[in-house]
Design a protein around this ligand. Structure first.
Ligand code: FAD
Length: 667
């Protein structure tokens, strides 16, 4: 693993990095100011959004998926069970495991409570099926008719398996436009005739091997060739393609920046050139937060390529939930200006929120790269939409959202229908965007996944997670108990009410994940804002030669020292070690035995304090210790960090455990 910490970042990159974990309250204040909406404008947006909600509800029943998400949100056990099932089912290869998975996820749930409640007859039918399945699988011998149920269960398993598999595929079909690009383009014709445009996404997630990456690149190239046949001569009105850089390289990580620049960038450039020749849009999707910095390197390299001059179809996605969104847009505008290019920027809220929160907590990072409250993301979207609308000299803004308030805010700020477009996902937000097009004449593009159902899962799970949450707009609009005004409430007012309490108290900051015990501090080796200070501090230990020898309370020499070399680089002499002599081992054991009564008699709090002090010292000396294990054992930086954190966590955990045991009279 190589880390490039030697070349200092550009000013705009330094500005982006500085915001990675910036204070949420301060950022929220800046976002409210950046939205530049006075009270009258805010009230008008809420009224327009509430009216949109009413019209969407009047127009037609929600799609099967929307009805499903409303009935089985993440706040119900059944919903969570189904999401787990959807995530795993289509990947399980054997029937027995499928049956066990279904039994595990479906049996314990209370399906009867959902019966007949949904506005969609399909969802109600599915509930019937799930309820019967739950009953069939319920094998409690203490209940009546258990024997009959057991017989049914034996007969029924293949039936249940097929039914649940079909239900999951049905859900998948809601979100996939076609299994092949030509099939998808055929299906797109109906809405294209009505004035919609499309951006096709080839399903399949991060490449695991170079073979995967080559297959994905070929699929994108074939899609571009097919889409080119429908080009209009202007990327804004032509169908386009959305590309995930993670599909183009198995190590699309900052820690492998050199390989990425040498191997991924040419692959992406080939695709961009093909899109430029056809004069259609090619858009780089935004992925996890720790891909942002590296993605900007790739984007800059692509955009600077002279062969792409004069093509206005290059697109970038910015995630409003990220604390760096505004600085990223500034940098993109600067780049386009410097290179004399026009680009497209799709603004989204961001699809990886749950995993960003979890990853930051688990890794013990200094903070979250995303906001922790939904209204802050909503206002970030509005403030950054304002920024993009002000940058139309270089940027064609593409507003991807299904939220009526967000849509109403964009329309109010844009002051017309020209120079930007809305975007929605296939299978979602259909009525909202249709109404907006009819009433405002705005353009709308549909993001349409293309691919086999077995490749749908990661995409499906992201949709289920973001829409299953009851704070999500799609979830709320289907719930008729919620008044339109409540759904369209002003997120700016919500933030103002928070003041300095912007951080969500329901989400433990990484350092407090195990509170009251401190979590071990960690570093994300793929996030320069996190890793660079450690990488720089480790430089001081690059040539250090350590000397290891016995540590005894009496003079000790050890055996004659022998050199220790780095197993990953034999020329790198790490230092020397003097192994203990037999006599020194005996002396060490005797000294330990002699010290034991004193240690046992030491108050538990004092012993715990010693362990905690050791943990703190490990952390304070992280640069030296990780450099040492890297050079002595050939460990990667990620492994070295994991080893250090394990030690720190153990020390703190056992300090607490010792005190707790002493409190219970066992210490
Ligand atoms: P809303 O219900 O208003 O917002 C839901 C969103 O709010 C969540 O997804 C999350 O981002 C945010 N949120 C929820 N809870 C919290 C919280 N507690 N704190 C802070 N924020 C919170 N996403 C990508 O990441 N990359 C892409 O390239 C991408 N491309 C897209 C293309 C299109 C055309 C569309 C429509 C969407 C795309 N998305 C992409 C997905 C997009 O991020 C989600 O659809 C979007 O987040 C849902 O936002 P909304 O305004 O429709 O719904």
């Amino acid at each position: 693993m190589r880390h490039d910490a030697s070349s200092p970042p550009s000013d705009s990159r330094a500005a982006i990095r500085a915001l990675t974990y910036a204070d949420e309250a301060e950022l929220a204040r800046r976002l409210v100011a950046g939205a530049r909406l006075d009270p009258a404008a805010r009230a008008a947006i809420v009224a327009e959004a509430a009216a949109l909600v009413v019209r969407v509800r009047e127009r037609a029943s929600p799609t099967v998926m929307e009805a499903f998400l409303a009935e089985y949100g993440l706040s119900t056990d059944e919903g969570v069970g189904l999401m787990c099932l959807a995530e795993a089912l289509l990947r399980v290869p054997d029937a027995r495991t499928i049956d066990e998975l279904i039994a595990d996820k479906i049996e314990p749930s209370n399906w009867g409570a959902h019966l007949g409640r949904s506005s969609s007859s399909l969802v109600n039918a599915a509930t019937w099926g799930l309820m019967l399945t739950g009953r069939v699988l319920d094998d409690d011998p203490g209940r009546p008719a258990a024997a009959l149920r057991r017989v049914l269960r034996r007969m029924g398993e293949p039936v249940v398996r097929t039914a649940v598999g079909q239900a999951m595929k049905l859900m998948g079909r809601q979100f996939v436009l076609g299994e092949t690009i030509t099939g998808a383009m055929e299906r797109a014709r109906t809405l294209e005739a009505d004035g919609y445009t499309y951006s096709y996404d080839m399903l399949g997630e991060a490449a695991r091997t170079h073979g995967d990456a080559e297959r994905y690149a070929a699929a994108y190239a074939a899609a571009i060739a097919a889409i080119a046949t429908r080009a209009t001569g202007d990327p804004r009105t032509s169908p386009g393609v959305s590309v995930k850089l993670s599909a183009l390289h198995p190590r699309y990580e900052w820690s492998h920046r050199d390989e990425v620049m040498a191997e991924l960038t040419p692959r992406a450039l080939d695709l961009a050139r093909a899109a430029a020749r056809a004069n259609i849009g090619l858009n780089i999707d935004a992925e996890e937060a720790d891909r942002l910095d590296l993605s900007l390197d790739v984007i800059e390299a692509l955009l600077a390529d002279p062969s792409l001059a004069g093509w206005d179809g290059f697109g970038v996605v910015v995630q409003a939930y990220g604390r760096r969104a505004g600085a990223t847009i500034d940098a993109l505008h600067d780049l386009a200006t410097r290179l004399d290019r026009r680009i497209m920027v799709r603004l989204v809220k961001g699809a990886y929120w749950d995993s960003e929160i979890k990853a930051a907590q688990e890794r013990g990072l200094p903070g979250f790269p995303v906001y922790t409250r939904k209204p802050i993301t909503d206002v970030s979207y509005i403030a950054n939409a304002r920024k993009l609308l002000d940058m139309r000299d270089r940027i064609y803004p593409q507003f991807a959202t299904h939220n009526a308030h967000t849509v109403a805010a964009v329309i109010a700020m844009a002051g017309g229908r020209e120079g930007y477009e809305f975007q929605r996902l296939h299978g979602m937000g259909e009525h909202l965007h249709q109404i907006v097009r009819e009433e405002h004449g705005t353009a709308c593009r549909i993001y349409a996944p293309v691919g086999a159902h077995r490749d749908l899962l990661a995409y499906l799970v992201r949709r289920l997670l973001e829409n299953g949450a009851n704070s999500s707009f799609v979830n709320q609009i289907v719930d008729k108990d919620l008044a339109p005004e409540a759904i369209a409430a002003d997120p700016l007012a919500a933030i103002e009410a928070l003041g300095d309490d912007a951080a969500n108290p329901g989400i433990a900051p990484p350092a407090r994940l195990f509170a009251p015990r401190a979590n071990s501090a960690g570093w994300n080796v793929n996030e320069p804002a996190s890793a660079t200070p450690l990488i720089e501090a480790r430089a001081a230990w690059r040539d250090r030669r350590w000397r290891a020898a016995p540590m005894l309370p009496c003079p000790s020499e050890g055996q004659p020292p022998r050199p220790v070399t780095n197993p990953a680089d034999p020329a790198d002499v790490v230092g020397e070690v003097a192994e203990s002599t037999d006599g020194e081992v005996a002396a060490a054991l005797a000294a330990a035995r002699a010290a034991f009564p004193g240690w046992t008699a030491t108050a538990p709090a004092e012993r715990a304090a010693a362990l905690r002090r050791a943990a703190d010292l490990y952390e304070a000396n992280a640069a030296e210790l990780t450099a040492l294990v890297t050079r002595e054992a050939g460990k990667t930086l990620a492994d070295a960090i994991a080893e250090l954190r394990e030690a720190v966590d153990f020390l703190r955990y056992y300090a607490d455990a010792a005190e707790a045991a002493a409190g219970e009279g066992r210490g």
